[in-house]
Ligand binder design. Structure first.
Ligand SMILES: [Zn+2]
Length: 376
């Protein structure tokens, strides 16, 4: 199993700082993983990603299977070479996108058959092939194939879906064992807790998974449309259910206040498209709240996006110039806003880690939230 140590905070139920050792380096948590959907973090060249230095990046198996394809990635030397990134990479199993993006899909006990949203071609993903594909990419952390249900969902649907996801997780673990025995892969495999917003089902799911030697445990099936109060409530009961002795990853949750809440509940890892996708729509995250760069309010503003931000965008460009570039649809504006947003998200978690290590997480969270409420 991938070595994991809690180095600060509350190992069992509260905020904690940890170190996950992977084949491509140590992931210091809590950490935010930028999303590199199709083998690149959108808007960021590899050398800029190195400078931003995230602990780990995420890529999406579904997109990579369709384009450029598993065999081509293997021939090109693996996903690290494709991404020109030497640090740790985590991939999802492809399940989430199959259930949300694929043109058509049919689910059976063996796996899921789907049609590409790009060209309608038919593909099949099984619990075994999902793990073998991620291993072929050469990733540091792979995820098991699971079914991610929408919200709201009919109550009768959740239990059989959760139970199937558990059976799939165990099959994925067996497949990982075979790949590792063949000596072709040294990464870890995370299981995924499901159960929608039902505490008892999530507890049951965790109990079924926890007896198996997974490298980490994720919370799946949240942030799929439920209101924020319900999301926070679910994070608060779902996270402490997961085994304390392995890393905990909350999938797809990345709004700053949601992450701060989840860290308080003992979550170690996050990913979200929010900083990169928002940059493309002109939404900017700052220590004084969020702002929409195209608003006329910024047309003559000489201040940086965030006076407290150490990023090169804030060092070199004013809000007024960034607004001009954005409304002129200059490609550079997206690059500049992406670098700023990623800096904000990465530093939010780095500072959270520092605060945990020095025993002041609660006051750190309070001051970040107060600053963001104040507005830009
Ligand atoms: Zn900045």
């Amino acid at each position: 199993m991938l070595p994991w140590t809690v180095v600060g905070g509350d190992p069992a139920g509260g905020p904690r700082a940890g170190e996950l050792h992977t084949p491509h380096g140590v992931v210091r948590t809590p950490a935010f993983m930028p999303v590199g959907t199709a083998g690149t973090v959108k808007g960021v060249a590899a050398w800029e990603l190195q400078r931003l230095a995230p602990e780990m990046v995420l890529a999406n198996t579904y997109h990579l299977i369709l384009r450029p394809g598993v065999d081509r990635i293997r021939r090109l030397g693996g996903l690290h070479r494709v991404m020109a990134w030497d640090g740790p990479i985590l991939t999802d199993s492809g399940g989430y996108q199959v259930f949300s993006l694929a043109a058509r899909r049919s689910l059976d006990e063996g796996g899921v058959t789907f049609r590409s949203h790009l060209d309608g071609s038919e593909h099949r993903l099984t619990p075994e092939s999902a793990v073998e594909t991620q291993a072929a990419f050469g990733v540091d952390v792979a995820m098991v194939l699971d079914e991610c249900l929408p919200w709201p969902v009919e109550p009768g649907v959740v239990r059989p879906s959760m139970e199937r996801s558990v059976r799939w997780a165990v099959r994925g673990l067996e497949a990982a064992g075979r790949v590792r025995e063949a000596g072709s892969w040294g990464g870890g495999l995370f299981a995924i807790q499901q159960g929608s917003v039902d505490r008892d089902l999530r507890a049951e799911c965790t109990a079924l998974l926890a007896g198996h030697p997974f490298d980490g445990f994720a919370i799946g099936g949240l942030a799929v449309g439920e209101p924020p109060e319900l999301l926070h409530e679910a994070i608060a009961f779902a996270a402490p259910l997961l085994p304390a002795e392995r890393p905990r990853y909350l999938m797809g949750v990345g709004y700053p206040e949601d992450m701060l809440h989840a860290v308080a509940c003992g979550v170690d890892l996050f990913d979200c498209v929010l900083p990169t996708r928002s940059a493309r729509t002109g939404k900017v995250f700052t220590s004084r709240g969020d702002l929409v760069i195209k608003n006329a309010r910024w047309a003559d503003d000489p201040e940086p996006l965030d006076p407290d931000c150490p990023c090169p965008t804030c060092a070199h460009y004013s809000r007024a110039v960034l607004r001009h570039l954005f409304i002129s649809r200059e490609a550079t504006s997206v690059v500049l806003l992406t670098v700023h947003n990623l800096t904000f998200f990465l530093n939010l978690m780095r500072s959270a880690r520092d605060a945990i290590m020095t025993g002041r997480y609660a006051s750190y969270r309070e001051s970040v939230e107060a600053g963001r409420r104040a507005g830009p």
